[in-house]
Design a protein around this ligand. Structure first.
Ligand SMILES: Cc1ncc(COP(=O)(O)O)c(C=O)c1O
Length: 445
């Protein structure tokens, strides 16, 4: 219909057309969502992009310095699942033996879903725990130690999966992993905005990483579920492997609202970043004069240290202030250029008022915590016959389910891990587990 390859323009033209639609979506664009279109001619096909969407993906590759970029309308979650399947596809095409994946323990649950789907064995990299914040800030090993560890063992693994930066804005400089031949998948869900400024850390597409995943609703201003996956310039994994994996998983009805918002938000940041980032930096500085904030690497993520963080969260909610995440000793708030001075003043006033109160009941926190050992393949454990029992009775059993509460924002329960006393104690103080799972855990029969 429209020969132009500009997605935003074609969506606009469709919304202005006096159309007589006899196709999905069934609201026909006659509700509040005239831009919610389907894959009409001129809007391309996300499974096989050849015009408008191909053009959009090429624009993203250029902006992020990637070899190839993929629009995602099912969040970074689908991007990470596809990354793990792409790796499996890569090894099966090369007729290579499927070795275990080496995975940071703070990966998002979608990485573990991908591992379950692909059937990889897994070895975990332990995390650094900051006791003052009750937060995991990254790996226990430094990057140099990780490189040393891998120097004689690279061949033992199929790939390395890291979350960098962490949910709370802690970043590790991975540059020294450049010499690795091991494929590296980087969950950079919380780092898309790094690419538009010189005063934030360097994005993985400019340093190391074969497949890199961005969540645009977490970092830029795009709609919820918007994300982009990239194959880096130096990737060992062919883009065709990722493409194949994505076609297995992604919806056949992509939301054009989401696709449009991805392009618009990237264009906006590419054009206006300097001014937007100055504003956010000023907000961060204003908040930091009013409370104790952690020394992370991203002024868009503020971790406020507070011994009574749970109470602080409740206090803020009563003032209509809603935060991103809490632990027992810190709260994490996300800053955005869409905030205004009034928001920051309200937050600062509430923090001041809270500090002046005498309500001081520290939340329970464990002195020691150790993640359970992986004793069975996650796929085998997940698809094994199971039984359910109260978590207090699960010591020594093999977990058969995936459960990722927030906090900590990554899986506490992973299929195939042998339940230890530490995890039982942790589940006992985990609000999400007690609320959503009602204290019941699924174990291998
Ligand atoms: C580190 C990390 N990776 C991936 C995701 C998944 O992102 P999305 O919500 O876009 O699917 C999240 C979501 O919380 C996350 O925190």
């Amino acid at each position: 219909m429209f020969s132009d390859k500009d997605l935003i323009k074609n969506i606009y033209l469709y919304s202005k057309l006096n159309r007589v639609p006899f196709h999905t979506p069934m609201h026909l664009g006659r509700t509040d969502y005239p831009n919610d279109l389907s894959e009409l001619s001129g809007l391309d096909n996300l499974q096989y992009p050849s015009s408008t969407l191909k053009n959009a993906e090429e624009y993203l590759s250029e902006i992020f310095s990637a070899k190839k970029s993929f629009l995602l309308t099912n969040g970074a979650s689908i991007g990470l699942q596809a990354a793990i399947l792409a790796l499996k596809f890569y090894y099966s095409q090369s007729n290579l033996e499927l070795k275990p994946l080496l995975v940071a323990r703070n990966v998002h649950k979608s990485v573990v879903s991908g591992i379950i789907l692909a059937g990889f064995d897994v070895e975990w990299l332990e995390l650094n725990y900051d006791n003052n914040l009750d937060l995991y800030t990254g790996l226990k090993l430094s990057v140099a130690e990780l490189k040393d560890f891998l120097s004689s063992r690279e061949d033992d693994y199929a790939g390395l999966v890291l979350t960098n930066p962490s949910y709370d804005g802690f970043y590790s400089d991975l540059n020294s992993l450049k010499s690795l031949t091991l494929p590296l998948i980087i969950d950079e869900a919380h780092g898309t905005h790094y690419y538009f400024s010189g005063d934030l850390p360097q994005g993985a597409l400019k340093t190391v990483g074969d497949i890199v995943i961005h969540s645009l609703h977490k970092t830029l201003g795009a709609l919820t579920q918007s994300a982009v996956a990239h194959i880096s310039m130096h990737s060992k994994i062919p883009a065709s492997c990722y493409e194949a994996a994505l076609r297995l998983l992604q919806t056949t009805s992509p939301s054009y609202l989401i696709l449009k918002s991805i392009l618009e938000s990237v264009q906006y940041y590419a054009q206006e970043a300097k001014e937007l980032y100055l504003r956010v930096k000023a907000f961060q500085e204003k908040i930091s004069t009013n409370c104790l904030i952690a020394n992370n690497d991203d002024y868009f993520r503020i971790v406020i240290q507070n011994a009574t963080a749970e109470e602080l969260d409740v206090f803020l909610e009563k003032k209509n202030i809603f935060i991103e995440k809490k632990s027992s000793k810190s709260i994490t708030i996300f800053l955005s250029p869409y905030h205004n001075e009034k928001d920051i003043d309200l937050l600062n006033a509430a923090l001041t008022e809270f500090h002046a109160t005498n309500l001081r009941v520290a939340s329970p926190v464990l002195d020691f915590f150790s993640f359970p050992d992986q004793t069975l393949n996650p796929q085998l454990a997940y698809f094994h016959p199971f039984r359910e029992l109260p978590y207090q009775e699960s010591l020594g059993e093999i977990c058969a389910e995936l459960f990722a509460p927030c906090p900590p924002g990554f899986p506490l329960l992973v299929p195939g891990q042998k339940i230890n006393s530490s995890i039982i104690e942790k589940l006992g103080i985990c609000d999400d587990f007690l609320r959503y799972k009602r204290g019941i855990i699924r174990v291998v029969e």
